[in-house]
Design a protein around this ligand. Structure first.
Ligand SMILES: Cc1cc2nc3c(=O)[nH]c(=O)nc-3n(C[C@H](O)[C@H](O)[C@H](O)COP(=O)(O)OP(=O)(O)OC[C@H]3O[C@@H](n4cnc5c(N)ncnc54)[C@H](O)[C@@H]3O)c2cc1C
Length: 263
């Protein structure tokens, strides 16, 4: 069984600054890591390959040239092939354009039976790209998978995490799942894996290689436009009250009434 895993390189910190002029994230100065949820996606792909007794795990990322590091990390864990979807024309892509571009990338890397994504990226946080890729490819998908109960060449049965408990869902393959952290415990890279990753071939795919429609990629191909990004001004001050409980309650109630919050 051939499995594609979508991985995203994200800042390894929440302290990323926003460029006040362009409103975009200033990623250059911060350490980048593989999106934590994608580590579970890689691990599950490796486990499915082992369970099925063979096949290829193909990792794919869309990002700047330095996202190659994320792919080498996946190779060190046991992935077989790595694809870097990169082109200046992809810059500024929103989730729709990202989904379109990744879908084109997956088409370009040869037939796959299963696509696995993380539940969400810890920087963008939208959780839209997995389902978006499935829609673009016309494939069925199940989001928030916490366990693969059964998988064959033709179908998969999974547990989908819900607010309370879980659903058991079957779907035909090829299809896409997004996974949550409950699904497994990711392995560590072995020394042999790390050595292999250093010299592994990374296939680069640009817009031309994907035969991507230029009206569907990058900033111009993105239906959503960020008008302004800013850090909210931190409010300080306020009024501290102290004293007996009954006095405090009276004071708080009168203050809330003054604010017109309750009648
Ligand atoms: C108008 C607009 C402009 C933007 N401009 C930029 C910009 O200039 N630069 C920029 O870096 N971001 C930009 N973004 C953010 C960018 O759209 C998102 O980072 C990207 O679409 C992924 O969305 P997400 O982070 O919410 O991923 P989610 O949907 O939360 O991710 C879910 C899963 O999808 C997969 N996935 C997501 N992204 C990728 C990827 N790139 N490669 C492989 N797999 C992936 C992973 O498996 C991940 O776990 C912009 C967004 C908007 C709306």
């Amino acid at each position: 069984m051939n499995i594609a895993v979508c991985i995203k390189q994200v800042p390894g910190t929440t302290q990323v600054k926003i460029n006040p002029e362009t409103g975009t994230l200033m990623r250059d100065s911060v350490e980048a890591v593989v999106n934590p949820f994608d580590e579970y996606a890689i691990e599950e792909a490796l486990r499915v390959r082992e369970r099925m007794g063979g096949g290829l795990v193909k990792v794919i990322t869309m990002g700047p040239p330095q996202a190659e590091v994320a792919l080498r990390y996946a190779i060190s864990l046991g992935a077989d092939e790595a694809y870097l979807v990169t082109d200046r024309a992809f810059a500024g892509s929103d989730t729709w354009a990202t989904s379109y571009t990744l879908a084109r990338g997956i088409k370009a890397i040869g037939a796959v039976d299963l696509i696995i994504c993380g539940k969400q990226a810890i920087d963008g946080d939208t959780a839209q790209v997995g389902p978006g890729v499935a829609e673009m490819l016309g494939l069925p998908f199940v989001a928030w998978v916490r366990k693969i109960e059964e998988v064959t060449e033709k179908s998969i049965r999974v547990q989908r995490l819900m607010d309370e408990g879980h659903d058991v869902v079957s779907m035909p393959l090829p299809g896409l799942i997004t996974v949550v952290k409950e699904i497994n415990t990711p392995r560590m890279a072995s020394l042999r894996g790390k050595i292999k990753a250093k010299s592994a071939k990374i296939v680069t795919l640009n817009a031309e290689a994907l035969s991507a429609d230029k009206d569907k990629i990058g900033l111009t191909g993105s239906p959503t436009q960020v008008l302004r990004s800013f850090v909210p001004v931190r409010k300080s001050g306020g009024e501290k009250v102290s004293g007996e409980v009954s006095t405090l309650v009276t004071k708080i109630v009168s203050t809330v009434k003054e604010l017109n919050v309750i009648k």
